[in-house]
Design a protein around this ligand. Structure first.
Ligand code: RIB
Length: 311
């Protein structure tokens, strides 16, 4: 049997505080919300957990705070089998937290308080260089300092390691420092920020993908929620069809897509097949509440993949 893919994630770990509500209070007003959920999140940790659940050996490079959430996050990742030797605690700083608001259609709005994530430095990446060198893929997002992201990309490229960057939350980037990644995977709003053009429709996303490829990216995948995604590369643009599901909570669906895609690609699957699988893994994650806790096991995913193939 082939050995499992090895994935390193350099990124954030948060605790998600999710409130289910359709009406937001006006200044000075108090309103009741429907429900609350507490769970482990953070784009980096979500992607690490998605990759782990898909069967990869995963190491996380991250920082947590010295509050209640820090040790709990480390222990949670460790229990799932994610390597935490490079998940360090920062004294006198809170862990990252994310107040999330989900409406009755399952759509989310997310605030992120970075806390300890803001203390992940290029030195932390250097300490994990041997792990990165031996990995099948390095996965990155933008909830940590940009200089750390830029440095991690340079380290991965120096060792010829596939690099996947999810530019979330959207922010202006030094394209010269990020365009070397193998896959650049924004959603609509992140694509708008980076490309400086509106992405309201599938056609906009295709044009945006083409524009980013013209700026030097090898492959750009713009994820479009229930409309699927588009892949732009030197070979043109292709649609990645969505899998229709009844969504309860879309939080973390992009992370499910990215973490699982890293594994499906590392397994040597053809790109189109890897993308279709990641699209289903992401769709399944929206059918349950929360982020990591909503991700499917590999077996549950394979069962759904087989059901989809048989009609
Ligand atoms: O992508 C979803 C994630 O964004 C949440 O888990 C939250 O922590 C924020 O990082």
């Amino acid at each position: 049997m082939a050995s499992p893919p090895r994935i390193v994630v350099v990124g954030s770990a948060n605790v998600d505080l999710t409130t289910f509500v359709d009406t937001f209070p006006r200044p000075g007003e108090t309103v009741f919300a429907d429900r609350f959920d507490l769970g482990f999140g953070g784009k980096g940790a979500n992607q690490a957990v998605a990759a782990r659940l898909c069967g990869a050996e995963v190491e996380m490079v991250a920082r947590v705070g010295d509050d209640l959430f820090g040790p709990a996050t480390r222990e949670h990742l460790r229990t799932l089998g994610v390597g935490v030797a490079h998940v360090q605690q920062v004294p006198e700083v809170s862990s990252g937290v994310a107040p999330i608001f989900v409406d009755s259609s399952g759509q989310n709005r997310i605030l992120v308080v970075p806390g300890a994530n803001g203390h992940l430095r290029p030195d932390d990446v250097d300490l994990a260089e041997e792990l990165i060198r031996g990995a099948d893929a390095l996965v990155l997002q933008l909830e940590i300092p940009l200089e750390t992201v830029y440095h991690a990309i340079a380290v991965a490229k120096r060792h010829g390691v596939r690099c996947i960057l999810n530019p979330a939350p959207g922010q202006p980037l030094d394209l010269a420092k990020v365009s070397a990644v193998d896959y650049f995977i924004p959603n609509e709003t992140e694509a708008e920020v980076v490309a400086g053009r509106p992405v309201k429709t599938v056609a906009d996303a295709e044009a945006c993908g083409r524009a980013l490829v013209a700026k030097g990216f090898a492959a750009v995948i713009v994820t479009l929620g229930e409309q699927g995604a588009v892949l732009a590369s030197g070979e043109g643009v292709v649609r990645i069809e969505p899998f229709p599901v009844v969504a309860k909570d879309t939080s973390g669906a992009g992370d499910a897509f990215i973490g699982s895609l890293a594994v499906f690609l590392a397994e040597g699957r053809p790109e189109a097949d890897a993308l279709a699988r990641a699209s289903l893994f992401a769709a399944l994650s929206t059918t349950e509440v929360g982020t990591q806790k909503a991700f499917a096991s590999r077996q549950a995913f394979e069962d759904a993949w087989t059901r989809r193939a048989s009609g």
